[in-house]
Design a protein around this ligand. Structure first.
Ligand code: GTP
Length: 417
């Protein structure tokens, strides 16, 4: 019997929102999910915060069924971008330019407020007649989730609106933190099905088919938020000039997220020496981690033709992986490394010092001395002060670990499968 996910829907096309705070593990889940045969015929819409998109390079299925919503924050431009994308998708489907759609899956930015997205799916005339919102899937970072729920309104709404709470990074979280997280999730959303996700692995048939999205059964806040949302976007629907539209979007963005969130990109003209880069990034995370919500990018590393994917959340750096090749188009076609930073309340002087630290990377010997002085950097470059390295040939790289070869036990940086 075919899985319910693969069945051709009668009438409206089901749409699911995949949300979760910055770095929670949405793309990791998407990457796994897209390998599931049950997802055949589904279309992905990927939205990212920040000028340079990374996520779509990490999901293998990059074809006409993966669309980028790359003009900023999806929840603040929902009437424009999302509606336009769904409209075009449906028109292409109606003209038989693309095969039947079994489902649309929208990966939101980590800062997205799901309320306007769900509101639009349920109420925008064109969309609601052709699509149905059948689920909000929220990935929760077991390592940082509690802190994020305490500090960010967006994280609270993502959890409260969920039909499924997908708890990832359980391997990085101690038992006491996990117990407190579970209690917080139960208070915010007692009815959502909670599923454990290990490195993005969860069966597709546990995620979908929950029926039409409804506020009933969720916290009373959910119905109130959806009600408040009604009419909020009317100014955008009015025949307004582009400048006016952008101003309204900017106002909505500040209303939703405050004006302290910023994003900037650091571009690298040449491949970086890994030890100097790892130590410098580790020092940046240690100094600014609380205000750095997310750092991610692709890096060109000296001596390696493959791009390295860099992933950090607050002051945690995750093991880098290699992509098989540089993207052939888009911003990374020039094969220059770029890091996208998303920060909250990071003053301009701090941004400048981050840029400087990454522009002026230390040589390998200096990096080793710096690492020896700070052995607990988030990028754990390790080298005993009394174990001098003769030459770069003596150094082994193992993810963020940089050490003399004679101490290396495990293989070097992994690849993105
Ligand atoms: N140890 C561990 N790491 C994980 C797990 N899930 C995700 N990660 C890592 O967390 C980092 C961020 O994951 P992403 O999937 O990129 O997070 P995201 O939610 O898509 O990030 P944004 O789109 O920037 O909001 C990556 O380095 C992942 O490999 C997990 O279950 N365990």
């Amino acid at each position: 019997m075919p899985s319910p996910v693969a069945e051709r829907p009668v009438g409206r096309i089901p749409v699911s929102l995949l949300t979760g705070f910055l770095g929670a593990g949405k793309t990791t889940l998407l990457k796994q999910l897209m390998k599931d045969p049950a997802m055949a015929g589904s279309v992905l819409l990927i939205n990212e915060f920040g000028e340079v998109g990374i996520d779509h390079h990490l999901v293998d299925r990059l074809d006409e069924h993966t669309l980028l919503l790359d003009s900023g924050c999806i929840c603040c431009s929902v009437q424009g971008d999302l509606v336009r994308a769904l409209r075009e998708l449906h028109q292409r489907f109606s003209r038989r330019e693309i095969p039947a759609l079994s489902r649309v899956l929208i990966e939101t930015t980590g800062l997205a407020d799901p309320v306007p997205l769900v509101g639009t799916l349920m109420e925008e005339r064109f969309v609601a007649a052709r699509y149905l919102c059948d689920g909000v899937l929220t990935v929760v970072d077991a390592e940082h989730g509690l802190d994020q729920l305490g500090r960010y309104r967006e994280a609270v709404r993502q959890v409260a609106m969920a039909d499924r709470l997908l708890i990832g990074k359980g391997d990085l979280c101690d038992a006491a933190t996990r117990t407190r997280l579970e209690a917080k999730l139960a208070a915010l959303n007692p009815t959502a099905l909670r599923l454990e996700v290990r490195h993005g692995k969860v069966p597709a048939d546990r995620l979908f088919g929950g029926g039409i999205y409804a506020a009933a059964g969720k916290s009373p806040d959910v119905a109130r938020w959806l009600m408040d949302e009604r009419g909020r976007y009317r100014p955008l629907a009015a025949p307004a000039g582009l400048a006016h539209g952008a101003a309204v979007q900017r106002r909505l963005h500040v209303e939703r997220h405050g004006d302290g969130v910023s994003s900037f990109v650091v571009r690298f003209e040449a491949p970086v020496p890994w030890p100097g880069f790892a130590v410098s990034l580790g020092r940046i995370l240690a100094a600014h981690g609380q205000r750095l919500l997310r750092v991610k990018g692709l890096m060109a590393v000296a001596g390696d033709p493959q791009p390295h994917v860099i992933q950090c959340v607050q002051d945690a750096a995750y093991p880098p992986v290699r992509l098989p090749a540089w993207p052939a188009d888009g911003a990374f076609a020039d094969r220059c490394g770029r890091l996208v930073f998303i920060a909250r309340d990071l003053e301009p002087a701090a941004v400048e010092s981050i840029r400087e630290a990454l522009t002026d990377l230390p040589g390998t010997a200096a990096a080793m001395r710096m690492a020896a002085a700070r052995p607990l950097l988030p990028t754990r470059c390790w080298l005993g002060r009394h174990m001098p390295v003769g030459s770069e040939r003596d150094i082994e790289l193992d993810a963020w670990f940089v050490r003399p070869k004679r101490f290396a036990k495990r293989p070097v940086i992994g690849t993105c499968d």
